[in-house]
Design a protein around this ligand. Sequence first.
Ligand SMILES: C[S@@+](CC[C@H](N)C(=O)[O-])C[C@H]1O[C@@H](n2cnc3c(N)ncnc32)[C@H](O)[C@@H]1O
Length: 256
Amino acid sequence: MTDPPRGTTGTLSTWHRLAGGCVLLDGFHALKHALRFHARVPVAVTTDQRAALTLADDLAPDVRDSLEALLTEVPEATYRSLVPRPHPTGVAALAVRPSRETGLETLRRMPRRAPVVVLDNPRNLGNAGAVIRLAAGFGATGVVTTGTLDPWHPTVVRGGAGLHFATAVERLTVPELPPGPLFALDPEGDDLRGMKLPDDAVLAFGSERTGLSAGLRARTDHLVSLPMRPQVSSYNLATSVAMTLYHWSATGGAAG
Ligand SMILES: C[S@@+](CC[C@H](N)C(=O)[O-])C[C@H]1O[C@@H](n2cnc3c(N)ncnc32)[C@H](O)[C@@H]1O
């Protein structure tokens, strides 16, 4: 049996010690995004250090030095034992989840320069990840979910491509939602195209199966619709968030 490469033993013991309480960053791009948005990343592995740093040279020179300092090369079999599903880039890392207090403070701080997105009892983990990625891209203040879905579930984090660290992400009940005028998206609402969404808006979207809950409707200030031909019942949840955030940015909302 060959000895593990130097540093591997310490890296693996750190990994096993932290894995339960940390967020798995699955793949090069998730790690790159997390580092860009100042995640604390105590441990990172790769099956091919040279390939990972070549990717960094091409796609992420801004975090190349951090990656070089952080990554430990491990054998393929070791890497496979650490992740549920191997990623094509052969990179994985653990990041410290931001505290709930910090997230809530960000979400509740007023005045607010960018909306909060609320997913009211979402069911699909992939949709939640896609929405977090959108919120990060548009510079939204955060994403709140109501209901049982955990917005930090590993599948959501995978869908969010490491961008949970670029926006506040928390689960709350409807009465706990952040302050601000609540615009709820529903095909029965007033046409979004005639509106300007304020920067302090709370933008709420219904569940994939049942739409907006009664509790959320009761808290709604404005019911808003996206343009859609009458024969079409509804759009996909993440697509609806994309159109709404785009409308906010195209009508003067903060842009990157
Ligand atoms: C897949 S849809 C929900 C469909 C569900 N069967 C229903 O009864 O509403 C998920 C969410 O996307 C948003 N959405 C989808 N199409 C929309 C539209 N044309 N206008 C406004 N919001 C829409 C709404 O927030 C909706 O609750």
